[in-house]
Design a protein around this ligand. Structure first.
Ligand SMILES: Cc1ncc(COP(=O)(O)O)c(C=O)c1O
Length: 519
């Protein structure tokens, strides 16, 4: 066998259509033939093998390029029908454990998604905006070469889109907020990080005088664990003292009580959530923030649940110093969030912030204040979602408000008014338009959700599934136990339909009646 025969054989081998599943067969044929060859032909075979392997690799590369092009064709599709139909589907079919990716022929079996406060699907326009940064624009935004430029531009653009979401609704800005300063937005990995960061910023920037005594923080008693559990740890470590102001029966705290809890010399931070994740109750941030600004005390609000459902414009919030916003509550992916930090706020009233990072210490990203390479695709998605949240706010709020009212009405109709209690404020101006925390008398919500989990995706929110313990939020609101144990958190989105609502109400009511033995 001469070298030409071997090379020809290698060529034939490499022209066999490459299939990863067949690859092992090709390799074994080649190896077998090698062991049967003489030493002289082994060298020639090796050359052929190299040529063959090169051919296989080349074909594989070509195939990958074709696949990549098909992928990009989908993302570039301006109609976006494919993404649209797959992503706005009501998540899962009852027989499937994975997310539906195609238009279901059996949409009546689809699980109705009423857990938008838990997370939202990624909106198609958001995914479309992200695609180039998951594929060809993969450069590190900190790189000075050409591949770093587009990711850097995209991150800066997302910052602007989020700033626009916070832009005042009035043009009279005598607060000198300099909101358009891009360095007011610090990207983080999640809402929890943003909340922890806000607290650390207050502790690390406080004046020397305040640091010498134990710094004091004021908050309310229904904050998300990202604030409340972190404060518990800091208190245990002796880093600060905390006053938690109680909410009333509707889940709202009084602004006077918050202000009365401030100790002007010791308080370094007041942190008050804008909207509660379980009850949907809105807190009086505007009044408390305005007081804090006058008193020279930092004010932070966790707006994770409020964003996209109610205005987060800075003037409506009383010009806070810090605001936490979270991507996965407004159609961006999970794992991206930000903290707005009012420019100059860390340098006023004797405060000083060291140049190094605060929680994530490392590289010079985020203006040298948070180390770690930026999550470019998710940040881009977050920016797009923020723009959509701003543009669609009013229309979405009106729709979700109507759907929430319908859901409550249907449940009352099916179960009887005295069996159904809406927790949280009655006045729509005091609550989120999409959140229905509803207590079903005598029902165990964990068991109920266990029965209907394939048909309706909701959260007990209120009770721990296994122990049946009543949530701290419902306890703080003093919801009667017979309703608290049966509380469901039903949270709606911009695409929730009247049909979804009617069907979900019927499924919930049927399961409740079954559990109570009244079916
Ligand atoms: C009010 C509030 N704050 C903070 C968070 C924490 O956000 P993440 O899960 O992104 O850390 C959540 C999440 O549900 C929330 O509802």
């Amino acid at each position: 066998m001469d070298i030409f025969t071997i090379t020809a054989a290698a060529y034939v081998l490499c022209t066999i259509p490459y299939d990863p599943l067949e690859h092992s067969t090709i390799t074994s044929i080649t190896v077998t033939s090698m062991t049967q060859s003489s030493t002289s032909t082994q060298a020639a075979l090796a050359v052929g093998l190299i040529l063959g392997a090169t051919g296989v690799a080349l074909l594989s590369w070509l195939q990958k390029q074709q696949q990549k092009q098909r992928f990009l064709d989908i993302s570039d599709n301006s109609n976006n029908d494919c993404l649209e139909s797959s992503l706005w589907l009501n998540t899962t079919t009852s027989s499937s454990t994975t997310t539906s990716s195609t238009s279901s022929s059996n949409e009546d079996d689809a699980c109705i998604y009423l857990d938008y406060n838990g997370t939202t699907p990624i909106y198609p326009q958001v995914l479309q905006a992200m695609m180039p940064y998951l594929t060809q624009n993969y450069g590190n935004p900190s790189s000075s070469h050409v591949l770093g430029r587009e990711p850097r531009r995209a991150v800066d653009q997302a910052r602007k889109e989020i700033i626009q979401l916070l832009q005042e609704t009035t043009s009279n800005n005598d607060n000198n907020n300099n909101i358009m300063d891009p360095s007011s937005i610090w990207f983080t990995s999640c809402g929890t990080e943003s909340d922890n960061l806000a607290i650390q910023l207050a502790l690390q920037s406080c004046s020397e005088k305040q640091a010498k005594k134990k710094p004091h923080i004021v908050t309310c008693n229904v904050e998300h664990a990202a604030v409340s559990a972190y404060l518990n740890v800091l208190v245990d470590q002796g880093a600060c003292t905390v006053t938690r102001v109680p909410v009333d029966a509707s889940g709202c705290v009084s602004s006077q009580a918050m202000i009365a809890a401030v100790r002007t010399k010791k308080t370094v931070l007041v942190t008050l959530m804008l909207a509660n994740n379980e009850s949907g109750a809105l807190q009086p941030c505007q009044a408390v923030a305005a007081y804090c600004r006058r008193a020279g005390i930092l004010f932070h609000t966790d707006a994770a649940q409020a964003v996209g459902k109610t205005s987060v414009a800075l003037d409506r919030l009383g010009y806070p110093d810090m605001v936490s916003l979270v991507g996965h509550k407004i159609g961006a992916p999970k794992g991206v969030a930000c903290l707005y930090v009012r420019p100059g706020s860390m340098q006023e009233h004797g405060r000083a912030l060291h140049k190094h990072g605060v929680l994530m210490i490392g590289g010079a990203q985020e203006f040298g204040r948070r180390g770690g390479t930026e999550n470019v695709p998710s940040i881009v998605g977050f920016g797009r979602a923020a723009a959509m949240a701003k543009d669609g706010l009013e229309k979405n709020a009106v729709h979700m408000h109507a759907m929430r009212a319908r859901l409550l009405e249907k449940l009352q109709e099916l179960l009887g008014k005295d069996m159904v209690r809406a927790n949280g404020p009655e006045d729509p101006a005091l609550r989120l338009p999409n959140t229905l925390s509803v207590g079903l008398k005598g029902v165990h919500s964990g068991d109920l959700l266990g029965c209907i989990g394939d048909k309706v995706a909701a959260s007990a929110g209120a009770t721990c599934h296994s122990t049946g313990a009543i949530s701290s939020v419902l306890q703080a609101m003093k919801v009667p136990e017979e309703f608290a144990r049966g509380t469901l958190r039903l949270s709606l989105g911009p695409k929730t339909t009247a049909k979804d609502v009617d069907k979900a109400a019927a499924i919930i009511a049927e399961a409740a009646k079954k559990q109570l033995g009244t079916a």
